[in-house]
Write a protein that binds this ligand. Structure first.
Ligand code: ADP
Length: 507
């Protein structure tokens, strides 16, 4: 939380007015706030801190006026400042709950993890005061990190004997002449490979949680990496034929080993979740400066309601948890690897018919989005076009191709800019040309973009779906905001959307 202005000393009268307490209530409320073991603070609607309770003064070891004057950032761990300020700014802009975690420096010089939350209290409909608490969650963090440490140590310790067992098994396989014994040893080899994968996944998750999964960037041949991943998956799958449908010859800069791990994970899932099928298709292509890889199977498929959550830690769809073994970690790890390469991922699936898992990686890291047209009323780049005709009361927006976090944030910000520059209340948001979609951007759209569009005057939004089911879910999640003040409808047909918008008679 940034205290941008000059300090306002704690003013009891002011606090009394804000809460409209009577004198007796007010005094008992203050002693109540001071008696709380939790840190409590308030800030004006402009974000300036104007009250901190006694617990804060005790924890930080400074008097109230000094804490208010020096601002929060003086006590926040340097690594946590940027995110906490960004979230605070976002809360101030959107007037939505502020939630963040940061480390605070106490009077003993140590940092302790806190969960900060604040809500805006309105008086007679107008924003009046932010009331916030910081809860010490250090013991919870300690338990989490002990659990991760245990997982990390246990998986390290399990790895060593497993490597020896695998080596002995290989020797026995070479020496065995009896067909039945050979068969058993081969089965043992298969089970050992599965055990190794589980241990490796647990190790990776503990690395991700500890923020220690780093990338080793190098130049490598992407196509060769794909072929290697395919032949590794093929060697353990007797029933399925894994077919690479498009060949590319592509040099790429990234973490070779980690990206191969992603492909192998998609491939082993494709084989595992299609026990009745006999083929898996892998395809690659280059589009708009990105390489896109897809893995298609013809297996059990995924129910629509699970699509958005499969990349969460330990998440498994109901139809697979009892029939197939696994920990629900592979996709979580893959998602983390892709995100760290600046890419995104998505799924298309029909229950009972199969699934296609996609991931997309930018060929040039962080290439800027160049506009082709930029006037005050029209905008166009390769992801999006916006048009605000002057004789119309609708803003027309068309999204094109594969979208990721960056292109959605960029396009969303432009929509707000153009909507403000050309005041109106209706938006025609056309997603028909969206091929694959962003994974995390929908949360940003629901929490930040939609409230800002509403502040800029949005009242009616017609959203025309892309054909991609994953994209449709993201679209719905983007407007999944209980406090929304605008009316938002989804359409499959563009002409129906236009008819709806045009027939709205505004009050
Ligand atoms: P695991 O396979 O170990 O459970 P993953 O993280 O790799 O963990 O996958 C998470 C869940 O996603 C799986 O439990 C399964 O429900 C679903 N899933 C993944 N790939 C497929 C696929 N190709 N077809 C159907 N469901 C899949």
């Amino acid at each position: 939380m940034k205290n941008t202005g000059k300090a306002t000393s704690h003013d009891q009268e002011n606090l009394k007015n804000d809460f409209s307490f009577n004198e007796g209530d007010h005094l008992s409320s203050l002693s109540l706030l001071n008696a709380l073991p939790q840190q409590v603070w308030t800030a004006g609607s402009d974000g300036k801190i104007d009250y901190v309770n006694d617990t804060i003064c005790r924890d930080f070891g400074y008097p109230q006026a000094l804490i208010i004057e020096s601002g929060w950032e003086a006590f926040v761990h340097p690594e946590d400042i940027t995110e906490s300020i960004e979230r605070w700014q976002e809360a101030l802009n959107t007037e939505k709950e502020y939630v963040t975690e940061f480390r605070l420096r106490f009077t003993d010089g140590q940092y302790y993890w806190h969960l900060a939350r604040a809500v805006l209290v309105k008086r007679t409909g107008k924003p009046s005061i932010w009331v916030g608490t910081n809860t010490n969650i250090q013991s919870h963090k300690d338990i989490e990190s002990r659990k991760d440490e245990f997982i990390s140590i246990a998986s390290h310790e399990l790895k060593t004997p497993l490597t020896s067992i695998r080596a002995y098994n290989q020797v026995m396989l070479r020496k065995a002449s009896d067909g039945t014994i050979k068969d058993y040893l081969l089965r043992t080899q298969g089970q050992l490979a599965r055990l190794e994968k589980l241990i490796k996944d647990l190790l990776d998750v503990s690395k991700i949680n500890a923020g220690k999964m780093s990338l080793n960037l190098e130049n490598f041949n992407f196509s060769e990496m794909l072929r290697d991943a395919i032949s590794a998956a093929q060697s353990v799958s007797t029933k399925h034929k894994i077919i690479l449908t498009d060949e590319l010859n592509l040099e790429f800069t990234g973490d070779h080993y980690r990206l191969e791990q992603v492909v192998q994970n998609f491939l082993s899932n494709a084989v595992k979740y299609s026990p009745e099928a006999d083929r898996v298709l892998v395809s690659t292509n280059i589009k708009d400066g990105n390489v896109i890889v897809s893995v298609t199977d013809f297996g059990i498929g995924i129910e629509r309601s699970h699509l958005g959550r499969l990349f969460d830690r330990y998440y498994r769809a109901d139809n697979s948890s009892s029939r197939f073994d696994g920990l629900g970690l592979g996709l979580f790890i893959s998602a983390e690897i892709i995100k760290r390469h600046g890419g995104s991922f998505w799924i298309e699936s029909e229950l009972g018919k199969g699934a296609t898992f996609f991931f997309k990686l930018p060929l040039e890291a962080d290439h800027p989005i160049q506009p082709e047209i930029k006037t005050k009323i029209n905008y166009k780049d390769r992801y999006l076009s916006i048009s605000c005709p002057q004789d119309d009361d609708i803003m027309y927006v068309e999204w094109t191709g594969h979208q990721d976090m960056r292109s959605v944030k960029h396009g969303g910000a432009l929509m707000i800019e153009y909507f403000k520059a050309n005041p109106r209340s209706k938006v025609f948001n056309d997603n028909r040309l969206v091929l694959g979609t962003w994974s995390e951007a929908s949360d940003w759209a629901a929490e930040v973009w939609l409230p800002l569009m509403e502040l800029a005057g949005l009242k009616y939004l017609a959203w025309i779906f892309s054909a991609s089911a994953f994209s449709q879910l993201s679209a719905q999640k983007s407007v999944d905001n209980e406090e929304k003040t605008s009316e938002i409808l989804f359409f499959y047909q563009a002409d129906e959307a236009l008819t709806w918008l045009r027939n709205i008679n505004q009050k």
